[in-house]
Design a protein around this ligand. Sequence first.
Ligand code: GDP
Length: 432
Amino acid sequence: RPVVAIVGRPNVGKSTLVNRIIGRREAVVQDIPGVTRDRISYDASWNGRDFVVVDTGGWASDAKGMAARIAEQAELAINAADVVVLVVDATVGTLDEDEAVVEVLRRSKKPTVLAANKVDDQKTELEAATMWNLGLGQPWPVSAIHGRGSGDLLDAIVEALPERSAVPEEEAGGPRRVAIVGKPNVGKSSLLNRLVGAQRAVVSDISGTTVDPVDELVEVAGEVFRFVDTAGLRKRVKEASGHEYYASLRTASAIERAEVCVAVIDASEEISEQDLRILSMVEEAGRALVVAFNKWDLTDEERRRYLDREIERDMVQFGWADHVNISALTGRNVVKLRTAINEAIAGWETRVSTGKLNAFLGRLVAAHPHPLRGGKQPRILFGTQAQSGPPTFILFTTGDLDAGYVRYVERRLREDFGFRGTPIHIEVRPRA
Ligand code: GDP
């Protein structure tokens, strides 16, 4: 049975929420600061899924070192849990102790559901929205006492429960996951072979790393990366029919499993629809991207001039991605992929603090306000980066924003904060 741990600092209403979740009213204990209780678990079920709820109770709260102790306690509960529900008090906002627990949660990479409690009325609901800044995704406004919003919260908890087949755990925190993608015959296998041929260490011997048989650990210029789904690259089957379909399925699943994609394009031929489609797939999946123009040895000056024009004409949309001109045949520039991959990952993982972001938005709006829309001017009230990998921003506004204005915000974000090598997602939430 999956375990759901309810964590949070004292007095946010954890026990009340636990009682709400397990559907009973008795034994509601006030969270009294300073009172330590044992962890208690209860059976619960929702929409046909059974799970165990662990109430971490009111943690010891002496004056000094409280944040650290809460984090320590939370760590124990979090390690044992499949899903963690972090309860915060929407009427108080986030405190240092909340942040300490969030830090532990981030490191644990456990699925987390954020419950903004004590939202007893419409007015407090806006307060709950500021909890996006914890970077744990959507805050679920609830009133544990009155039951308001608890159905939606339970839906979110059940949704976060592990599927029967979980993603292999060892993939998190290991070498960076890279997918080599591109249409057939651009030189993907040749590139992989070149990289494998050039490595100095036998990476399969690195202790403590288990590798999915379809992946390969490959050293590039001294750094080890996990190239995902290389089995598909090595298999030299040229299916007579349905080839493209299977190739694009393979591409999609490789992209899904990767953090960063190296999209290989044949520089000696005109950039094709299929090349661009694959770049779009990477962008839509929200992965970091490096474009490798291969077969550079086959290009002459004239071809390179044409290529520049094709890039300008067809690839403006991917202007944020860096290019490396390589030859898998001669080995030209292949080691440069290491830096390019790392820079793209750095952009992909960039976090902008809420303070910096809102200072930036203030300057942006002052210099370039949104044009009038049906006599009204939509305003950006507040922005927050909800996620990195890829950077995902939420703008709370007084009304819908024009697509052109959102693109302008993206352009300015890139000018101010970098984000080389990564798509950016911007979500606009007009106030209801
Ligand atoms: P894949 O289908 O993308 O894996 O492409 P392959 O690696 O099988 O390469 C397709 C063809 O292009 C093969 O004949 C390779 O020898 C050739 N090729 C790959 N890279 C280069 C390169 O950098 N320069 C040249 N001249 N040929 C290359």
